[in-house]
Design a protein around this ligand. Structure first.
Ligand SMILES: [Zn+2]
Length: 366
């Protein structure tokens, strides 16, 4: 396995230059989107041209101060830079999708959640090719409902299995469903549990949250310490960044287990720096999963994202849900675009970020 540290030893200047290239690439891809997600207005070609020229100038400026080569900055901005982008686009990244739903995708394709294989799903015609071509080295399949958990969990080096009981469904889950869930939690071939967690986005009733909290406490008694717990924390609008619920979840684990002994994955993370520091201070084994929602982050969320250690980052698609902008059906094929956005926002090159998220996933999903 490659060593991330070796890659991080590249000269600072190179990293800065490369990250700017990645940012320009991301900007160009974003500008290629016809419809603005916030306003639903079509962007004008004039704005596109102006933005790209601006970006090229920034690259030129950086080259002047970091390169010893006597190159003409103007020529480099138009020709060499665009060829670098093409090379970056052509290279295929090894990636891991740390969260997707084969059963839900299958239901959309065939109405039967058990008939479609991952390979067939990945081979389905896409709405558009991925902007970042990927070689999917593995992924974590989330099985959503106890009624459709796989009868036998196969041992597979590439595709790992997680089982979930969504917090919104705990309140109405039958005792049989809960029994099936805990039976699978003890299955040694299940790699992770979740998503489970706390969700008050649709259910303001206090009783439901109490039941959700009770269920989390029960899980701590069943789960083996090496088994990652994938947490879905989603609050209502009054609780900005779901900070309250993240805090409540952390308190549960503090009082019912030793958080440092467990692996937590904060799935589809959208919260702030305070949440990150409180979780990392209580559990050094906290990981943070990011989906395509990352493209809509505000400055506070972006600043928070930069605070997370690189060895705690995971890339997720949550396919078939949460598609990238401009398409309707998400698949793990698009996970490279999440990795690219992570790289851009953290000022590191794309390959380094792909390798980091791949190694992080392979380390914890065994
Ligand atoms: Zn999901």
């Amino acid at each position: 396995m490659n060593n991330i540290k070796n890659l991080e030893k590249s000269p600072l200047e190179y990293a800065k230059t490369y990250s700017l290239i990645a940012r320009v690439l991301a900007m160009r891809e974003e500008l290629d989107v016809d419809v603005d997600e916030e306003t639903n207005e079509i962007e004008t070609p004039t704005i596109k041209c102006m933005s790209l020229v601006e970006s090229d100038r920034r690259i030129v400026k950086l080259k002047r101060v970091t390169s010893d080569e006597p190159v003409s900055p103007v020529k480099r901005s138009k020709q060499e830079h665009s060829s670098e982008l093409r090379v970056q686009k052509r290279s295929v990244l090894d990636v891991f999708d740390s969260h997707f739903h084969l059963d839900r995708a299958t239901t959309r394709i065939s109405c039967d959640p058990t008939t479609i294989t991952i390979e067939r799903w990945l081979g389905e015609q896409m709405e558009r090719p991925p902007v970042v071509p990927v070689n999917i080295k593995g992924g974590l399949l989330i099985f959503c409902d106890p009624e459709t958990y796989p009868e036998t969990v196969p041992f597979d080096l590439k595709w790992k299995v997680a089982i979930r009981l969504h917090p919104k469904k705990i309140y109405e889950a039958s005792p049989q469903s809960v029994d099936i869930f805990f039976e699978y939690v003890t299955n040694s071939r299940v790699s992770a549990v979740g998503k489970v967690g706390l969700d008050s986005s649709m259910n303001p009733g206090r009783a439901n949250l109490d039941r959700q909290e009770q269920f989390l406490k029960e899980i701590t008694e069943w789960i083996r310490p090496t088994m990652p717990l994938i947490l879905h924390i989603r609050s209502n609008r009054e609780d900005l960044y779901s900070k309250n619920l993240y805090y409540r979840a952390l308190q549960i684990f503090k009082h019912h287990c030793h958080p440092d002994n467990f692996f937590f994955i904060l799935h589809c993370f959208t919260s702030d720096k305070e949440t990150i520091t409180s979780w990392l201070s209580k559990s050094r084994n906290t990981y943070f999963g990011f989906t395509h929602i990352i493209t809509r982050f505000n400055q506070q969320q972006i600043q928070a994202l930069r605070y997370i250690p690189v060895n705690r980052l995971l890339a997720e698609t949550d396919a078939p849900y949460m598609p990238p902008r401009g398409i309707r059906k998400n698949t793990p094929i698009y996970v490279g675009e999440v990795v690219e956005k992570l790289a851009t926002l953290r000022y590191v090159d794309l390959k380094t970020m792909a390798l980091a998220t791949l190694e992080n996933a392979q380390r914890i999903f065994v």
